[in-house]
Write a protein that binds this ligand. Structure first.
Ligand code: GAP
Length: 508
């Protein structure tokens, strides 16, 4: 028996808002969409750029120990052989022979349904926020339909990867609801292949990078030889990565084309890596809070030894409370000297560095904080999405949707409104102020509609400040009204005070 998919209204609200207001669109929508690919519209690209710029400024420009890099997406195929991705980068996959649908075996859960110790069938459920509850409901329904008397035993869900061969035939397919069509799990390679050059033989097979990290390892020697780096130091990169995910889902959370912000932080093999790892976990948590995520929504997941990626010595994920449940946002791994040693062996080039402080020569170890841009954007959207009630222009209380973005990353920083669009004196001052602010920040000019409706349109896209030019501005003291998105409170400020305030709030 199949458990129904849970309803997830917050995710639906966010997806709806993103489409309605031009943040994110399904890729190739005019052809029915393309699963696992998303396009970012005018507001989405601003938000995305602001997240990347904040990361780059805080981790590269404001630190003396981290250098930036921009390497190619397609690199020599030997890099992926050396890194272990050609042989080891795969997910366990299970096929439904009847529906031809595919599932990730580690995201498909099953349990025997037993009544007073007698197994009467199996339930299966695709990973979801309340999978235990939905599996229990499905088991109770099975018992009812089979008219079994007695007590249902506890439902203990297991990953399909743990199913015994004799159970494959008994576990129902999520697609058909019937047992007998699921295959045994097998490994599915996640790297996208392409051909480089005019020869269409195997020698020309190349890969779209599944992580930006290998571009850093492949350039490590260039940076050591040309820069003035001293251990410990880091190399940072922002760029696209591609994975042929078996089940892309949850909007932009797991897609097939996404962007990563990665740092490889090189340390001495004798360094206290556990302490440095802890420091990185704390730094990364603080950074997420600095862009507006609530600290209480972030937790840590320490990977048990048998679940570590093939390159990792220790990994802690920063988890975030997404609309579809608590999930990985930022992976912080200790990759030891695995990658550099692999490249040293496969390329024949030395990856050693001379440590000026200890006068030793060694291949450094590495700590890797690896964050997805798209996942950060979804986290930011989820944390910002709010519904409340405020009075409209006529004093009647109405429901309002707002995005409580931090001014640092908000796509539009302020909106400038002349109180009335048919009063040239108001329009002139508003347009002049708009032009002035536009040179520094992404601001928006809006003259159409009742002022309350104009505020509401900006609240919905997360614009933190509304600036209104009214009759006091032109007739009295040149002050403007400054409205706060979250509290709706308004106060009068001079132009100088306004600019100082915006600088503090946006630039920090
Ligand atoms: N270099 C290490 C690495 O790539 P990972 O845990 O596979 O590690 C790091 O990925 C981060 O990249 C994740 O924490 C997540 O934020 C993001 N990410 C990974 N796969 C993704 C996908 N299919 N869609 C969106 N973001 C993804």
């Amino acid at each position: 028996m199949i458990a129904p998919a849970p309803s997830n209204t917050l995710m639906e609200d966010i997806v709806g808002l993103c489409k309605r207001r031009g943040f994110i669109f399904q890729s190739s929508e005019i052809y029915g969409g393309y699963n696992g690919f998303y396009d970012y519209g005018p507001l989405g690209v601003e938000l995305r750029n602001n997240i990347k710029q904040a990361w780059w400024r805080d981790f590269v420009q404001c630190r003396d120990d981290i250098e930036g890099l921009d390497s190619t997406i397609i690199m020599h195929p030997k890099i992926w052989k050396a890194s272990g991705h050609v042989d080891g980068f795969s997910d366990p996959m299970v096929d439904c022979k009847e529906s031809k649908l595919r599932y990730r075996a580690d995201q498909l859960f099953f349990a025997p349904v037993s009544v007073d110790g007698e197994t009467i069938g199996y339930v299966s459920v695709v990973e979801c926020i309340d999978q235990q509850e939905v599996a229990e409901k499905a088991a109770a329904e099975m018992k009812r339909k089979m008219a079994k008397q007695g007590e249902l035993d506890t439902i203990e869900l297991k990953e399909y990867t743990e199913a015994k061969p004799e159970q494959y035939e008994l576990i129902p397919s999520p697609a058909t609801g019937k047992p007998g069509s699921l295959t045994e799990p097998r490994e599915f390679k996640l790297m996208f292949e392409t051909k480089v050059g005019s020869l269409a033989d195997d020698a020309a097979t190349a890969y779209l990078r599944p992580e930006t990290a290998q571009g850093i390892f492949a350039n490590y020697k260039n940076i050591v030889d040309t820069g003035r780096v001293k251990i410990p130091f880091g190399i940072a990169q922002i760029g696209k990565a591609f994975r042929n995910e078996i089940t892309p889902r949850n909007f932009i959370f797991r897609s097939r084309e996404f962007e990563q912000m990665e740092i490889e932080y090189f340390i001495s093999p004798n360094a206290d890596w556990k302490t440095l790892h802890r420091e990185w976990i704390n730094t990364c948590t603080d950074w997420l809070v600095s862009i507006g995520l609530p600290r209480e929504g972030i937790s840590e997941d320490i990977h048990p030894g048998d679940k570590l990626a093939f390159y990792s010595q220790a990994t802690t994920d920063l988890m975030f409370q997404f609309p579809h449940g608590e999930q990985e946002l930022w992976g912080i791994a200790c990759r030891s000297d695995y990658d550099l040693k692999q490249h040293q062996e496969h390329s024949g080039k030395s990856m050693t560095i001379f440590d000026e402080t200890t006068k030793e020569k060694y291949v450094p170890h590495v700590i890797e904080p690896s964050l997805g841009v798209d996942r950060t954007l979804l986290a930011v959207l989820s944390a910002a999405y709010t519904e409340d009630e405020v009075p409209n222009d006529k004093g009647k209380v109405e429901k309002r949707i707002l995005l409580k973005f931090s001014p640092k990353i908000a796509p539009v920083k302020a909106a400038i409104f002349p109180l009335l669009k048919n009063k040239p004196e108001l329009v002139e001052v508003a347009k002049r102020l708009h032009k002035k602010l536009q040179r520094r920040w992404n601001v928006f000019y809006d003259a159409s509609g009742a002022i309350g409706r104009r505020y509401r349109r900006q609240d919905e896209i997360g614009t933190p400040f509304g600036i209104t030019i009214d009759f006091d501005t032109i007739e009295k003291d040149s002050t403007v009204t400054l409205r706060d998105r979250d509290t709706c409170e308004q106060r009068r400020v001079t132009e100088d005070e306004l600019i100082k305030f915006l600088e503090e709030q946006i630039d920090g």
